[in-house]
Design a protein around this ligand. Sequence first.
Ligand code: SF4
Length: 350
Amino acid sequence: MPLIHMPIDTISKSTNPPLVEIRGLRTHFFTDDGVVKAVEGVNLDVHANRTLCILGESGCGKSIMARSILRIVDSPGRIVEGSITYRAANGRSVDLAKARPGSRMLREVRGQDIAMIFQEPMSSLGPITKIGQQISETLLLHRKISKTEAKEIAIEMLHKVGIPKPAERAEAYPFELSGGMRQRAMIAMALSCEPRLLIADEPTTALDVTTQAQILDLIAELKDELEMGVMLITHDLGVVAEVAEDVAVMYMGRVVEAGDVYSIFENPQHPYTRALLESVPRIGAERRARLPAIRGMVPHPLARPSGCPFRTRCDQAMPGVCDKSVPELQQAGETQVACHLHDMEATDGR
Ligand code: SF4
């Protein structure tokens, strides 16, 4: 068991239909050097009032997958296949993958129903506009309220995210706040319209551990209060163990294992998930023992291996099997896993 605290009350699973259902999503970048398949057939469910952590090394497609949901993938990238079904509060389902860029529906969903926060707050905050005004403008864009009401809600949101003297801070420019305060202000802006889904892309990576813990606690509190779904993108297993209820492990644009956090940590099925967990310090391990590392590097995106994308680094790769076809996600015990080892188990069990 890794040296991290994991709440045991995370085992229960949601029985409601997912808030967002992603099926067969492919997002490719058409560069002069070739096609980069950043997201290559992702299937995922995000539920209301649950936190789904997307885990994986840098460059595994986590952020591009999240940006695809909001249709904010930069050119030359675009969704080439798949669906992103969003269930709105009125019960209506829309496929965000098929929405016309710039359409009214997409503008309404963005910010109001689905909000996103980034690692760097200045990606969302304008540098030359006061914090309170920026939050008010977001509110006025999505809600039928007066300027005075918007200002009052902005101050209330700053208070809610733990910013001291919120009325004073509302009059400050982003550069006048510390990194942690800017992050809180960005969260206040993202949550001001009470979104049904919050996508947080490495929101605490650049912060010190104390501020990181405060921000994660804040997101968890607001999730419970607003019954919001949270998709948290991270490469930090400690963060996953602390806040996740569901986990999806990504490698080279694909989900290789998905399940509830307890099953993933207690009984991981995919060699990549196992290797990630083994690289975390354990209680009782020899003091001077070296931590195992995953051998090799993530292959260049323009040189994807044939078959299983993890086979060049996998100690259990089977020649003639793993290089022939891409394993599909299938149920294996309590988790879903994309690995040919489990095809073998299924065949043996017949
Ligand atoms: Fe390893 Fe083969 Fe499983 Fe890929 S499919 S993770 S190469 S055993």
